[in-house]
Design a binder for this molecule. Sequence first.
Ligand SMILES: [Zn+2]
Ligand SMILES: [Zn+2]
Length: 167
Amino acid sequence: MRLNLRDIIHAPGSSLPFDFQMDLTQLELYGQRPAAEPVRVTGTVRNMAGALQLEGTASSRLHLTCDRCGKPFLREMSVPLDTLLATELEDEENDEIVLLEGTELDLDDLAQTEFILGMDTKNLCSEDCKGLCPRCGADLNLGPCGCKPEADPRLAALAQLLDDSAE
Ligand SMILES: [Zn+2]
Ligand SMILES: [Zn+2]
């Protein structure tokens, strides 16, 4: 959504709350579409002695797939929004300030960027997920699969030699 700050832009001490839902269902990350549910964006823009400060959160429940065991799982995520807004940039180098278009702020763009930056690059169903057995594909979280532990190939070759000489 676009937020028009016309009423507070020249009124120190005033504020403008916002609360809307954003649709990021088409957003693809790491081959998945994790934002399957609406993202709720809430907060306030305050005029603090002439400076515009935006504070809020973007939150949703992500639909993820575990990187280790492939199991789908849900994770609540809430990303803080905290940025300064300005109608013009006095210092071109300052990338912490978001520029308004006239008196309007592209809040979708801002919230979407922060939301994506806030996502983990690793998705594990639990911190100690044991993953799948590389040999039989069994889910090791459910218990051992019965495969022998993977032997070091050099040790395996040595064992083969010893086997042959024993015959
Ligand atoms: Zn897992
Ligand atoms: Zn196995």
